[in-house]
Design a protein around this ligand. Sequence first.
Ligand code: NAD
Ligand code: DAU
Length: 353
Amino acid sequence: MFKRNILITGGAGFIGSHVVRLLVNRYPEYRIINLDKLTYAGNLENLKDVENASNYIFVRADICDFEHILEVFRKYNVDGVIHLAAESHVDRSIRDPFTFAKTNVLGTLSLLQAAKICWEGNYANKKFYHISTDEVYGALPFDGSLFSETTKYDPHSPYSASKASSDHFVRAFHDTYGLPTVVTNCSNNYGPYQFPEKLIPLFINNIRHGRPLPVYGKGENVRDWLYVEDHAKAIDLIFHQGKINETYNIGGFNEWKNIDLIRVIIRTVDRFLGNPAGTSEKLITYVTDRAGHDLRYAIDSSKLKNELGWEPSVQFEQGIELTVKWYLDNQDWLDNITSGEYENYYRKMYGRE
Ligand code: NAD
Ligand code: DAU
């Protein structure tokens, strides 16, 4: 008999796998049900170290398959949801917006509806926690301003539009049916197990192989980077202590212009590989900008700090060292993940063999 039965969606992905690992290890009294469709981005290799834990179960399912989701809720008596499953890559959303609308909007709706049906009449000790992104707020100018929880939604990509829509559905289920929901909007995560289509792991892998580093536009866009384990700890805290119907922004207080970040990655990888400093600078290749490319993201997470006491614990210098080392030490993981569908995508995207 478990004290809680927590459904984590998207647990085989990048952030989800860190959340699953943290909760499985920290709460042996909870049953952690990892529900994932295992799209190109989901990889059970990410969870090898916890797959045999007695409080862990994996269920392969599509969040859009409402009947299946309902069955899982009933079978495992789910009383908490941490919803991370999504299509998450902006460039893919530009090529294939339908998949993003389906998974991110209809998939979220299917989970909300299942939670409502199973919990209605007894919302005590239940929580539906939706993980969202800072991209729903749009783009900031270079003026030091920050996204707060009250910043107006202004999404620009099909990805961020689909996440914004899912956020609205979550809040609507609270307002209409009283579903106990909480939403967080987080900045860019980095660290181990991130699919190598995203900037940091893509560039580490490309440097390792001497491939070009495709910098979009002039490389002047700014992102606010947070080490993934700090995000996982914030999720744990908010799942337990976050107030119902609240929104919390989560950020790294760590803004980097892309080109400056890329130079840090190059320096760090070259050093680990024993190359003379600056060796891989020649791989920098300026390419056509991403359509609708948001200029700057930066999060004000003071509400989370003031109300729940969370702050990032990993300094960027330490985080980037850990990250580069992890990808260089785990070339098999990278090779496995880049060998299938992704390799075809990569060719189409950059026109290279
Ligand atoms: P990811 O792409 O690495 O993983 C997504 C996971 O969802 C994969 O395991 C995939 O198999 C699963 N999935 C996709 N479609 C599914 C479906 N229909 N049914 C069930 N499972 C499905 O994503 P990530 O980067 O770990 O992001 C996780 C969540 O956090 C997303 O909701 C994303 O919007 C949000 N987020 C990400 C970041 C970031 O920097 N990566 C920042 C803020 C918020
Ligand atoms: O802000 C949170 C978001 O961060 C999450 O919601 C998304 O799921 C996640 O993918 C991430 O989105 P970004 O678009 O910011 O991440 P990405 O790694 O794709 O790109 C980071 C920056 O680097 C962005 O300004 C685009 C640029 N870039 C990216 C790639 C892949 C390049 O210049 N070249 C590249 O090849």
